[in-house]
Design a binder for this molecule. Structure first.
Ligand SMILES: Nc1ncnc2c1ncn2[C@@H]1O[C@H](COP(=O)(O)OP(=O)(O)OP(=O)(O)O)[C@@H](O)[C@H]1O
Ligand SMILES: [Mg+2]
Length: 396
C-alpha cells in the first residue's frame, strides 16, 4: 500500500516479515532464511528485532515491500512503492523488484507518478484522468509522452538571500534514541538564514525527521543548542514556538485533529485575529489553490494520500509562521501538484518566509531550492548554494 503504516499488523520487523509466510505454513528455518535474505536485499540487514514504530519513513516502506516479496507472490500490486525512498534506495528497490520479476516471472502492477526510471521495463501502460476515466492504455511508445512531463529547462532555484542573518542556529547537537548504540546526530551544526529555501537531503534513516523533532522539542537532545532568533528553543514556551515555526509532518495523518477538511483548516486559523468571513475566504482560497474544494465536508482521514498531503501543507500555509519545515511535502503528488506547491513556496519566500524542505526529489531541489544541505553519518556532509551542488563536475 501507499502508506506502509496502514498495512503493518505486527510489532517487529521479523514478525511482520514472517506474518504472510506463517499463513502459507512455511517451516521456521525457511522463514528465518528468507527473512535474513530479504533484509539484505532491501539494504536493512540485521534489523529483525527492531520495532516497526521506530523505523524511519523510508525504512518502513522498504519493510512493507520486503513483506510481500518474501512470500514469492504470483502478482505483485504496488501503490507508489518508492515515494519515501532516497534516490539510491529507490533505484535499488526498483531493480530488486524488476530482477525478481524476470527471474520468477510474476506479474507486477505498479501505480506511479514518477515513472521515468521504470518506463523502459514496463510492458504496458494505462493512464487515468482526474475523473478516473482511462484515457489511454496499451502500447508503450505512443503513451510515453503523455506521462513523462517535459521539465522546464535547467532553471536555477531562488537566489540565496543577500544577507545571511541566522533565524535558527544549531550547534554541537547530539542525539541518540534510548537503547540504541549509534547516535543519530553527533556534533551536528547548521545555521538557517532568513530567506533561505533550504533543501535537506540524506539517505533513508540518516536522521532528517529526527532533526525536525529536536527543533520542535518533540524529542530532547542529549547535548548541544538549538536557538530560534538567538533564544534557546528549550526556553521558549511551546505555544509561542509553534506560532513562530510551522511543521508539516512526513506522515500527514500525524497532524490532523478535526473531523472535516473545513474544520481542520478552521482550527489552524483559530489564533488568527480576524473575522469569521475573512477566515472563511482564506480557507476557500486555499482549498481552490490546493484542489481540495470537493473534499470540504469529508474527514481528512479518508482522503487519498495525495489529498492528505496537500491538506497538510495547505493547513500550515494558512497560519502565517515565518519559518516553515516540510518533511517530504511532495510525496504522492503528481507532477502538476508538485510544481504548484513549489511555486507557492516561492511566493512565500518572496514574502519573507523561510522554508526548509526535506525531500528525496532532486529535480525539484535543483529547480527550486536556494541552498542544499546533505546529511550523512549524523553530520552535515555538504552545505552549499543549490547552483553549486548541481554543478556538472559533481557528477549528480
Ligand atoms: N523511536 C526510535 N527508536 C529507535 N530508533 C529510532 C527511533 N526513531 C527513529 N529511529 C532510527 O533513527 C534513525 C533516523 O531516523 P529518521 O526517521 O530521523 O530518518 P530520516 O532521515 O527521516 O529517514 P527517511 O528518509 O527514511 O524518512 C533511523 O535509523 C531510525 O531507524
Ligand atoms: Mg523521515
Amino acid at each position: 500500500m501507499q502508506s506502509p503504516e496502514s498495512q503493518f499488523c505486527t510489532f517487529t520487523v521479523a514478525e511482520e516479515l514472517a506474518f504472510g509466510m506463517e499463513n502459507l505454513g512455511l517451516p521456521q528455518n525457511e522463514m528465518k532464511r528468507r527473512i535474513s535474505q530479504i533484509l539484505d536485499a532491501v539494504g536493512l540487514p540485521g534489523l529483525e528485532d527492531r520495532r516497526l514504530s521506530t523505523l524511519s519513513g523510508g525504512q518502513k516502506q522498504k519493510i512493507a515491500i520486503a513483506a510481500v516479496l518474501v512470500m514469492s507472490p504470483k502478482i505483485l500490486l504496488l501503490d507508489e512503492p518508492t515515494a519515501n525512498l532516497d534516490p539510491v534506495s529507490r533505484k535499488e528497490i526498483l531493480d530488486l523488484i524488476l530482477n525478481l520479476q524476470r527471474e520468477r516471472l510474476f506479474t507486477v502492477i505498479i501505480v506511479e507518478h514518477n515513472i521515468a526510471e521504470i518506463i523502459d521495463a514496463v510492458d504496458s501502460l494505462t493512464v487515468f484522468d482526474e475523473n478516473g476515466a482511462v484515457i489511454s492504455t496499451g502500447c508503450m511508445e505512443s503513451d510515453k509522452t503523455l506521462v513523462i512531463p517535459e521539465l522546464e529547462p535547467e532553471t536555477t532555484g531562488f537566489a540565496p538571500p543577500d544577507s545571511s542573518e541566522p533565524i535558527l542556529e544549531i550547534k554541537n547537537l547530539s542525539f541518540s534514541y534510548p537503547g540504541m548504540d549509534m547516535p543519530v546526530l553527533a556534533d551536528f551544526d547548521l545555521s538557517i538564514n532568513r530567506g533561505d529555501f533550504l533543501a535537506v537531503l540524506g539517505a533513508n534513516g540518516t536522521g532528517k525527521t529526527t532533526l525536525l523533532k529536536l527543533i520542535f522539542q518533540i524529542l530532547k537532545q542529549n547535548s548541544g543548542q538549538i536557538s530560534f532568533q538567538n533564544k534557546p528553543v528549550s526556553s521558549i514556551r511551546k505555544k509561542t514556538l509553534y506560532e513562530s515555526m510551522g511543521l508539516v509532518f512526513q506522515n500527514p495523518e500525524d497532524q490532523f485533529v478535526a473531523n472535516t477538511v473545513h474544520d481542520e483548516m478552521f482550527f489552524s486559523l483559530k489564533r488568527t485575529r480576524t473575522s469569521r468571513e475573512v477566515k472563511e475566504a482564506r480557507i476557500k482560497d486555499m482549498l481552490s489553490r490546493f484542489h481540495l474544494e470537493e473534499t470540504l465536508e469529508k474527514s481528512p482521514f479518508i482522503l487519498s494520500q495525495g489529498q492528505k498531503r496537500r491538506l497538510s501543507v495547505a493547513v500550515m500555509l494558512l497560519t502565517g509562521q515565518k519559518l516553515l519545515f516540510l518533511d517530504e511535502p511532495t510525496f504522492g503528488q503528481d507532477h502538476e501538484n508538485r510544481e504548484e506547491l513549489m511555486k507557492d513556496m516561492q511566493t512565500l519566500a518572496a514574502d519573507g518566509v523561510t522554508g526548509v524542505m526535506i525531500t528525496h526529489d532532486l529535480s525539484l531541489v535543483q529547480r527550486y531550492a536556494s541552498r542544499v544541505v546533505e546529511i550523512s553519518d549524523g553530520k552535515v556532509l555538504y552545505d552549499m548554494p543549490a547552483e553549486q551542488y548541481f554543478l556538472p563536475e559533481r557528477g549528480l
